[in-house]
Design a protein around this ligand. Sequence first.
Ligand code: PAF
Length: 262
Amino acid sequence: MSETKAFVPTMGALHAGHLSLIEIAKSFSSNVVVSIFVNPLQFENPDDLATYPRDLDRDIAKAREAGATEIWSPTYDEIYPGEIAPISSGDLGKKYEGVGREGHFDGVLTVVDRLFKHIAPQWAVFGEKDFQQLFIIKRWVKSHNIPVEIVAAPLIRDLDGLALSSRNVRLSREDRKAALVISRALRQATSERSIESARDRLHDVLTSEPGFTLDYAEIINEDNFEPATSSRKGRALVAGWVNGVRLLDNMPMSSKSKVVAE
Ligand code: PAF
């Protein structure tokens, strides 16, 4: 029988969230491939691309320690050797994260397609932290009959409740305090009984923190990513900025939020 592979695509700056993806990948195959590639196609903002945290030696050591059996950190030319025909993420790619980030999800699908073609995994693990990305990738894999099983990994929070993200290193202590409004708002909203009161609570709590600039807050239905009409299969999504640092988070309705610290 040919060897199986479980794949964890990353853009480096590995934290406990990524390591949990590697842990999950190990339960599918003894061959765990981790890619490290900061994909310019999914950055609409050149400053964000330029300042994206990079430390390849540290990332390789962390991935190995977590159990990766193969690490691939391709160059731009290896991924994009010729002309690029971006893969469309459709209408959903223009909503929520896609509104201010034109082409972001097309860039994600384009690189994931190239990574899948190169690695040919049976499983690929993506975090629920980027919930819209996960939905778009699952839908694309299904509609194109791509022979890779997409495995969703739960979002990981620090002890104080902040969702782990590579961008968190840019937050000062004060910024971090302001950022905690996100998990607070999600916790309160997702324990509301009705979808209307959950939406109100989400907005009220988020707008009560002067250090947080709200981009969007919505409760969507996990099956179709449309605004939820009831709590069933609802998931609250939030994005915004603290001192120029973009933060994303989400929580299922009526969840007891998981806290797993580094
Ligand atoms: O989630 C990420 O880190 C990136 O979007 C991904 C999936 C590695 C594609 O560049």
